[in-house]
Design a protein around this ligand. Structure first.
Ligand code: SFD
Ligand code: AMP
Length: 623
């Protein structure tokens, strides 16, 4: 094993993860830092030009209010998010995103992102909140602006951040982060007065539908492994809603998103017998009042209807793209030029965002104007930016947040100087790419304010850094010590390789934590058994081995996912009700319990004692 070289990087604000939120944070922090002479650094495990969930591009911006045209007001958006998430969201955070999000979209356009326009110059909408873009190059455009703002020399790419550092004198204050190069024998120590965590959500915690040669073909970004949650949890930050996973309807096997098909191309979800799922199961919604009886139907309840239909023998389910498109063709009197335009938009939806879906259609001889496509529900993801809200419990903005939700700096976690944005922030679902960018900007600005208010220096314990360095490279040591014992590196009784560990984790989660093959059902005894197995799994992870830097990255990604898995299970166990049917069901508490559970569930992990504390947090409504 080559001993890693250690590079110390002093800075004022460190942004961890250069996705949508991270690029927003870097861009905004750099602006406020400039006049103060502060240094902003961005660390990213990939290359920001094509990293994160938007790497492949997107075909829509799912959050744009259109306030300059009076299309929507922030209050409307808060009501929508609250209804979609069955009564639970941090209204202060949601409102804050809504009132600022348009400005990020205007910046994207200024930086060169092509946005579809109507004849009157307004952005073309696909739904009430969504606008259409030619978004194949969305990420390079946003990344370029961030890079220019902070300066190329302050962007550290291909560095995987694995640990946060707290102040040697005050463990409740942040002092920086440690990471390793995924290419070279090098460990980076970033010393920073403030850190913004924007390293995305968590995929691959559950066994995906595509296994074997298809492993990795999932809907959300496979390289988002839950680092944001793990880093903050282990630094002692309070987390919230870690039980609120996301399960979404997607085109089968290609995982193509359905939004544009539902909203713009008006394609309905029907079962194998041609029955409209929403209509057939309309009565089910009454059981989930007051949310089931209000409009729009919440995402979990739409899933719930589909699951019930499947269990009743109605599958497979089809999105009737054929009927939707034929109706649109008829609406334009079958004008061939207009038909080609509609078809081009339909294919571009996937070519901009999920190319594999377009390829799969081609491979299966599917012309969406003639053939319906199978739609299924995905394996669960943990994220805070789509129709779910896992993440850190953060302070809201001073002018909006109720006193219980405010402690000084917007988007600061309960650890001083540690901020979060995007998928990392809980309770503010539906922010999507644009809302994540703007939330990054809010966090970046607040982080600079924090640094200015707290200029006193932080101290980092050298012994701690040495210990982290040894821990980081342990998988190499494990491999070196034992690899000679067998002739095939992938079979060895002394260690497990990261892929083997990942498969074992996914099996536990799938079977015990309400995964797809368990029809999203669990209960207390099942969760307790799952936690027991997870405990043994964590013991075995000490024996993970890495053959090269690629394996080393994978080992640490398994750790990210494992911590997410544990937090998720503990939260599932704590909430004794079924609040989001269609996301998961507690078989032993199968109903919504407004009286006792219309509240947040927060947790804190104490790394010194290894103990978890979970508690309810009251819901405070401002709209
Ligand atoms: O319709 C480390 N999303 C969509 N948003 C939209 O606005 N419109 C759409 O059309 C969307 N659709 C969609 C979307 C995502 C995907 C994958 C598909 C389709 C196929 C959602 C948004 O993309 C999402 O909400 C935001 O991107 C979230 O932003 P953020 O910043 O929270 O996450 P990120 O962009 O993935 O960035 C995370 C970054 O962190 C890096 N990273 N860096 C250093 N150290 C570590 N340990 C790290 N771990 C991770 C990542 O590499 C990444 O750069 S639709 O289907 O919903
Ligand atoms: P998706 O493509 O499923 O990620 O969704 C994109 C956007 O469309 C998100 O804002 C979703 O909440 C919304 N959406 C998706 N499906 C529906 C539906 N059936 N009804 C209403 N909104 C939807």
């Amino acid at each position: 094993m080559v001993e890693p070289q250690v590079e110390v990087v002093p800075c004022d604000v460190l942004v961890v993860g250069g996705g949508m939120a991270g690029c927003g944070a870097a861009y905004e922090a750099a602006y406020w830092a400039q006049s103060k002479g502060l240094r902003v650094v961005l660390a990213e495990k990939g290359a920001i030009e094509r990293s994160g969930a938007v790497a492949m591009g997107l075909s829509a911006i799912n959050l744009y209010l259109g306030m300059r045209w009076g299309e929507n007001q922030p209050e409307d958006f808060v009501r929508y998010v609250r209804q979609d998430l069955m009564g639970l969201c941090r209204e202060d955070l949601v409102y804050d995103i809504a009132r600022h999000v348009d400005s990020s979209v205007h910046l994207f356009e200024e930086w060169g992102l092509p946005i579809f326009k109507n004849a009157d110059g307004r952005y073309k909408r696909e739904g009430r909140w969504q606008i259409m873009i030619h978004g194949e190059s969305y990420k390079p455009i946003v990344a370029e602006a961030a890079k220019k703002a902070v300066g190329e020399q302050n962007v550290y790419e291909r560095v995987f951040i694995s640990h946060l550092l707290t102040d040697a004198k005050d463990p409740r204050r942040i002092a920086g982060a440690v990471g390793f190069s995924v290419r070279d024998p090098k460990v980076y120590v970033f010393k920073a007065n403030a850190v913004v965590i924007s390293s995305g959500g968590a995929t691959g915690v559950f066994r995906p539908q595509s296994v074997g040669e298809g492993l990795g073909r999932i809907w959300y970004a496979p390289w988002n492994t839950g680092a944001a949650y793990k880093l903050m949890m282990l630094a002692g930050a309070e987390m919230s809603q870690m039980e609120q996973r996301l399960v979404v309807s997607r085109f089968k096997d290609g995982y193509g998103p359905v939004g544009m098909w539902f909203l713009l191309f008006k394609s309905a979800l029907k079962n194998a017998y041609g029955e409209l799922v929403e209509q057939k199961w309309a009565n089910l919604l009454n059981e989930w009042a007051p949310y089931g009886t209000a409009k729009p139907i919440p995402t979990p309840l739409r899933n719930h209807q589909q699951i019930q239909d499947l269990l009743a023998g109605g599958g497979p389910h089809y999105l009737r793209t054929d009927e939707g498109l034929q109706k649109m063709f008829a609406d334009v009197q079958n004008d061939p030029r207009k038909i080609r335009e509609i078809e081009a938009d339909a294919w571009e939806d996937f070519l901009d965002m999920t190319m594999s879906q377009a390829i799969l259609w081609a491979a299966q001889n599917i012309d969406p104007a003639k053939t319906p496509s199978e739609v299924v529900l995905t394996e669960p993801y943990l994220m805070g930016s789509h129709a779910s809200g896992c993440g850190a419990w953060v302070s809201g903005p001073q002018d909006l947040a109720p006193s219980e939700y405010f402690w000084g700096y917007n988007r600061m976690t309960t650890v001083a100087g540690l901020f979060a944005a995007g998928d990392g922030v809980s309770g503010s679902a539906h922010k999507f790419s644009s809302g994540s960018h703007v939330e990054g900007r809010l966090a970046g600005k607040a982080a600079v304010a924090y640094v200015c208010d707290n200029p006193n220096s932080i101290a980092v314990d050298d012994d701690r850094i040495q210990a982290i360095k040894t821990e980081l490279y342990r998988p190499f040591t494990v491999f070196e010590e034992s690899s000679g014992r067998t002739t095939r590196p992938e079979i060895n009784p002394e260690y497990i390789l990261p892929k083997q560990a990942l498969l074992r984790l996914q099996k536990i989660m799938d079977e015990y934590a309400a995964g797809k093959s368990a029809y999203y059902i669990t209960n207390e005894p099942t969760l307790l058994r799952g936690l027991e197995l997870l405990g043994m799994f964590k013991e075995d992870l000490q024996k993970m081995a890495a053959r090269d830097h690629h394996d080393l990255l994978r080992c640490w990604e398994v750790w990210d996912r494992t911590w997410c898995a544990e937090a998720h299970m503990r939260h599932l166990l704590f909430r004794q009700e079924t609040r989001w049917p269609g996301y998961y069901y507690r078989g032993d508490y199968s109903k919504l319990d407004e009286e006792n559970w219309r509240c947040f569930v927060n947790s804190r992990y104490d790394a010194a004692t290894g103990e978890w504390t979970l508690a309810k947090k009251p819901y405070v409504s401002i709209i």
